[in-house]
Design a protein around this ligand. Structure first.
Ligand code: CA
Length: 233
């Protein structure tokens, strides 16, 4: 077992989360906890964990949905924590790609054994797994950017972007919720010495809208009249 394994504990019952944290840290794992489902999904994608312990009943996004959405992007090992004897949760969890499940309440030695098995299986899959890379990702709703590959996906589907389109999208996503002026966009994406028309920004925004908003039927890029553009969550 790698000594630097980081376990992400997604559990809204503080008592259980704390208990797991103490037990896992005692075994030499690093841990982090999250009680909100929506934030948990974002953190699984954005941060670098070795394995996720995922409760099913969570506020804002349930564990089954989280697991399904994570599987579109990553093969990080996931062990579902299900309520006692809830067969549906177990079946659904495995259906959406969980590696294993534990029924609450569970014995710690069994959980540790299952964590080790899941980590070992994962590392045997090869060391070029995405979730092992220490790569930054940016995320807005179903849109995920992979800066190291200049790639964007919506719901796991890749979007064909030119380098310039990608740069513009990344700048908007990195500054999500902040309105960016055409001048700011020009300076950052095209560079200070760009001598062309500021209309180029509008043209590229239109390309992005065609490829993302129109194709996936969801509005990401908003125009703020007289100011510029913003990506909203
Ligand atoms: Ca719960």
């Amino acid at each position: 077992m790698p000594s630097n394994s980081r376990i992400f504990i997604v559990e809204d019952e503080r008592r259980i989360a704390r208990f797991l944290q103490i037990e896992l840290e005692h075994e030499g794992f690093e841990t982090a906890t999250e009680s909100n489902g929506k934030r948990a999904f974002e953190r699984i994608i954005q941060e670098n964990y070795s394995l996720v312990l995922l409760d099913v009943m969570l506020p804002e996004m349930d564990g089954i949905t989280i697991c399904r959405k994570v599987r579109e992007l990553s093969d990080i090992p996931i062990i579902m924590l299900t309520a006692k004897d809830d067969i549906d949760d177990k079946v659904q969890g495995l259906d959406v790609g969980a590696d294993d499940y534990m029924t609450k309440p569970f014995a710690v030695p069994e959980l540790l054994a299952r964590i080790r098995v899941a980590l070992r299986k994962h590392s045997e899959h090869g060391d070029n797994n995405e979730s092992n890379e220490n790569n930054l990702r940016y995320i807005v709703k179903d849109l995920v950017l992979f800066p190291e590959r200049f790639e964007a996906q919506v719901k796991g589907k890749p979007i064909e972007l030119t380098k310039k389109e990608y740069s513009l999208l990344e700048y908007l996503v990195k500054n999500k919720r902040n309105v960016l002026t055409r001048d700011q966009i020009l300076q950052t994406v095209w560079g200070y010495d760009y001598l062309g028309d500021t209309n180029v920004v509008d043209v590229y925004i239109r390309y992005l809208r065609t490829k993302i908003d129109d194709r996936f039927g969801e509005k990401y890029i908003h125009t703020v009249r007289g100011v510029g553009y913003v990506i909203k969550e």
